[in-house]
Design a protein around this ligand. Structure first.
Ligand code: ATP
Ligand code: MG
Length: 586
């Protein structure tokens, strides 16, 4: 393509609402344009990148025996009502009505539709297993769309769904998809890691996320260098006994002689840190209390709960939300805690609170004895409290795992990093097939629910994550396999006939060799063109300048400072070998 005829418009200006480097660069390089909050136009260069990512995805999906379908974007409400997700999905779902007041949504994901399809098409075990996928537009009314295509409202996703007759079959398909995802991200040229993940609103028993490691990533992950354990902090666990000592056997504190509960004056010590300092004890011997609700109105199924956890840890709200099976989890406003829970914020404890309020305790509390809790009275705490002094509704793992905590597998210290979730695979099991009655008849003539898996990749997010990971102060440095063009051919002085002729000849020759080349034939200054070439991030730059008279051109890689002067005759084969090494050799 000739730059002079292209629709590429670059800019030096820092876009006002872009916070992270990849978003800034996508805007400055003219790859995307914002139409509305979280809604973007994909410009020609970005479209080239996206098509390459999609083709890599397609080839790996096809190789894993998945078949491509195209489902609609506009989905009827009745299917979502059948699974209960019309209500449960929450406000990320964009609901719409047609002229006859029939309800629809713009698909945020397609489990319902694909399961509906399969329940109508599949009768017998002979038709299974099958895996279907699509690459298609989704809409999620994200509460905080940001970072450009990273967290957009309208975005392209590859979503695949597998259907099996047994758990072993699902395992095989899950592993196949896991391997296909590894190939996809490797072939896209991004550095990624796979982590254990929370199953969230989609549901299911097990899941893994594919993370592009980048400091700006919205997800926090922990990993162990010793045994390679890695997990999203939403899911990660640790070994509590390595921090708090062994669990206290149930009933032992009640049976054994122990100190009596004592009310102690703790003026102004309303935080765990202040209290630990005041009592001159370690935070871990204190028991924190937090107040949550499902956020519904009092007369509309409101549930208030308290959560307890050792002062050694922070509470992981996602784990609590999953444990409670709440659609929504929020803190009770502190001015309402006394009235609703019967506890005094800052000096709250589980003893003597409103009996209708559930007490959920993190497993760490089982490791505490003679601990300190709030007395539910301003400036007072109770000491020598034990689990036998109040009744816990349920125990759960609610710990927010952090760097330095022991690895749950091998006990070594965990490290922490940030990542961008580009892909997510789930073992769904029978959640959707049971809700929608997607069954098959087995060899013995029995009907059984089909066992499902689902597998997503954010296409636009992957493109932007590649930019987030591959850039420098001058602009983008595209990995070769997804670069919009492999070569930028720069004519330095367009009024110099020799240079012009040489560049035109080279352009034709590259096109004839099927080299993806952007020819900067504009009548602009060399410095200006080089700046654009760097900003656009095309991996190979061939510049035709003063050496043209000697039949030579300048060859430079985007991610290196080295500049080689090479013969016009050699440059095409040099370019071709670099491209093929980096695409096929990856
Ligand atoms: P997140 O936790 O980032 O909201 P998710 O768990 O909701 O992601 P999935 O439902 O698993 O995402 O969707 C599959 C893939 O779609 C994700 O791995 C991600 O790459 C992409 N994706 C999800 N939400 C967005 C979004 N708002 N913008 C761009 N891509 C997205
Ligand atoms: Mg989401």
């Amino acid at each position: 393509m000739r730059f002079s005829q292209s629709f590429i418009r670059t800019s030096k200006e820092e876009p006002a609402d872009a916070e992270i480097i990849s978003h800034k660069l996508l805007m400055r390089a003219g790859l995307v344009r914002k139409l509305a909050s979280g809604i973007y136009i994909i410009m020609p260069l970005a479209n080239l990148v996206i098509k390459k990512i999609e083709n890599i995805i397609r080839s790996e999906m096809n190789a894993a025996c998945a078949q491509e379908v195209i489902m609609p974007c506009i989905l009827p409400a009745n299917l979502w009502k059948e699974t209960g997700r019309w209500e449960v999905y929450g406000s990320e779902m964009l609901k719409i009505k047609d002229r006859a007041e029939r309800e629809y949504c713009f698909g945020p994901t397609h489990e319902e539709v694909i399961t509906d399809l399969v329940r109508h098409e599949v009768r017998s075990y002979k038709q299974l297993p099958v895996t279907l996928y699509q690459i298609q537009t989704k809409f999620r009314d994200e509460i905080r769309p940001r970072f450009g295509l990273m967290r957009a409202r309208e975005f392209t996703m590859k979503d695949a769904y597998s259907f099996d007759i047994s758990a072993e079959g699902l395992d095989i398909n899950y592993k196949k998809m896991h391997a296909a995802y590894c190939n996809i991200f490797k072939r896209c040229g991004v550095k990624y890691t796979v982590v254990d993940a929370d199953t969230g609103a989609i549901g299911g028993s097990s899941s893994h996320e594919f993370m592009v490691i980048a400091p700006s990533g919205e997800d926090a992950i922990v990993y162990c260098d010793s045994c390679r354990y890695s997990a999203n902090v939403e899911k990660a666990s640790t070994q509590i006994d390595k921090i708090l000592g062994p669990e206290i056997p149930a009933g032992s504190s009640a049976a054994a002689p122990r100190s009596k509960i004592e009310k102690i004056h703790t003026p102004n010590a309303s935080t765990i840190d202040d209290l630990a300092k005041f009592l001159k004890v370690d935070k871990k011997s204190l028991c924190k209390i937090l107040f949550f609700t499902n956020g519904r109105a009092e007369n509309d199924g409101r549930e208030d709960v308290v959560a307890l956890i050792s002062g050694a840890f922070e509470l992981n709200e996602i784990k609590l939300k999953n444990h409670l099976k709440f659609i929504n989890l929020e803190m009770i406003p502190s001015e309402e805690v006394q009235k609703r829970v019967g506890a005094y914020p800052g000096f709250g404890g589980p003893i003597g609170i409103n009996p209708n309020v559930k007490i959920i305790a993190d497993n760490s509390v089982k490791h505490l004895s003679d601990f300190v809790v709030g007395a539910n009275e301003k400036d007072y705490h109770l000491k020598n409290v034990n689990l036998s002094d109040f009744s816990v509704t349920s125990f759960a793992d609610l710990v927010m795992v952090d760097a330095g905590h022991p690895c749950p597998q091998c006990g070594a210290k965990l490290e922490k990093a940030r990542g961008i979730e580009v892909g997510h695979i789930f073992k769904l099991g029978t959640k959707y097939s049971e809700a929608l009655g997607a069954k098959y008849i087995d060899e013995a003539g029995q009907e059984n629910p089909i066992i499902m898996g689902c597998y997503g990749i954010g296409v636009g997010r992957t493109m932007q994550a590649a930019v987030e990971q591959n850039n420098d102060q001058d602009g983008i440095c595209w990995p070769m396999p997804i670069a919009p063009f492999h070569v930028i051919l720069v004519l330095l002085n367009s009024s110099d006939e020799t240079q012009k002729q040489c560049a035109e000849d080279l352009y034709k020759k590259m096109l004839a060799e099927n080299i993806e080349v952007l020819f900067d034939d504009r009548a602009e200054k060399p410095g200006f063109k080089f700046k654009d070439a760097d900003l656009l991030g095309i991996p190979i730059r061939v510049a035709v300048g003063r050496y043209a008279a000697e039949g030579k051109v300048e060859f430079k890689r985007r991610n290196s400072k080295d500049l080689k002067v090479v013969g016009v005759d050699e440059v095409v084969s040099l370019v071709k070998s670099e491209i093929s090494r980096e695409i096929n050799g990856l």
